[in-house]
Design a protein around this ligand. Sequence first.
Ligand SMILES: Nc1ncnc2c1ncn2[C@@H]1O[C@H](COP(=O)(O)OP(=O)(O)OP(=O)(O)O)[C@@H](O)[C@H]1O
Ligand SMILES: [Mg+2]
Length: 263
Amino acid sequence: MITASRLRKIFNRGAATELTAIAGIDLAVAAGEFVAVIGGNGAGKSTLLNLLAGAYACDEGTIAIDGADVTRTPEHARAAWVARIFQDPMLGTAAALTVEENLTLALMRAQGRGLKPALTTARRTRFREALSGLRLGLEERLGVVVSTLSGGQRQALALAMATLTPPKLLLLDEHTAALDPRTSELVMEATVGIVAKAKLTTLMVTHNMEHALRYASRIVMMDAGRIVADLGSTEKAGLGVSDLIERFRIRDDRIVLRQAGGA
Ligand SMILES: Nc1ncnc2c1ncn2[C@@H]1O[C@H](COP(=O)(O)OP(=O)(O)OP(=O)(O)O)[C@@H](O)[C@H]1O
Ligand SMILES: [Mg+2]
């Protein structure tokens, strides 16, 4: 269970450019839940993920993972519990290293300093198993240098690295957005497979409403640093892509009304 309570994040505090990116968020995500986070540009989706990962410190509020307060736990110390994948396939993997070297690094990161970097047969078998589940043929390419892989393969490798040791929380920030439509589907299917198999608690930021509707068990909609809608599986069951887009527009109208009223 991941619990965020009364989270606030203010950028450039005190400056003319001060901006409240997260304006008071309460969110509880049960173990095994797959939450799609949607919302317009600048809604605060990436900032929320950054707060959960510990990349940014919150200005107010608390974050707990399985009851343990991690609000002040730095990012590197949270890395054993929280894994994340970004939009840019270049960010999640080390280009100059081979596929198996990348996976070894991922193991060491998740399991701590005691682990030796040696590539044993047992470890290779484990890597092959993890990669074959992605169905992108990476299990045959353990010795290949990552810079020679396609964006989709790199993103799939990042996924394998993030989940080799199942994290308590998997954060995906538009991780298929930079890929061509076909590869995006393949990586999305690989994601769904891994999430379901390991029953991972997942927050996935996406602009792809179809992915949100089809794959997530819950959809959280953000606007101006707040959660403006939270749809469970029953509520989202009857919704189509156009319904979701319609809900966005309603929210935008409301924001405009509120601003006009406050002026
Ligand atoms: N490091 C930062 N310093 C200052 N402002 C920031 C920083 N990061 C984000 N912001 C601002 O905070 C707000 C929320 O940004 P965020 O990146 O979380 O939005 P988002 O919902 O992920 O948008 P997108 O869909 O474009 O990725 C935006 O107005 C953004 O400009
Ligand atoms: Mg973003």
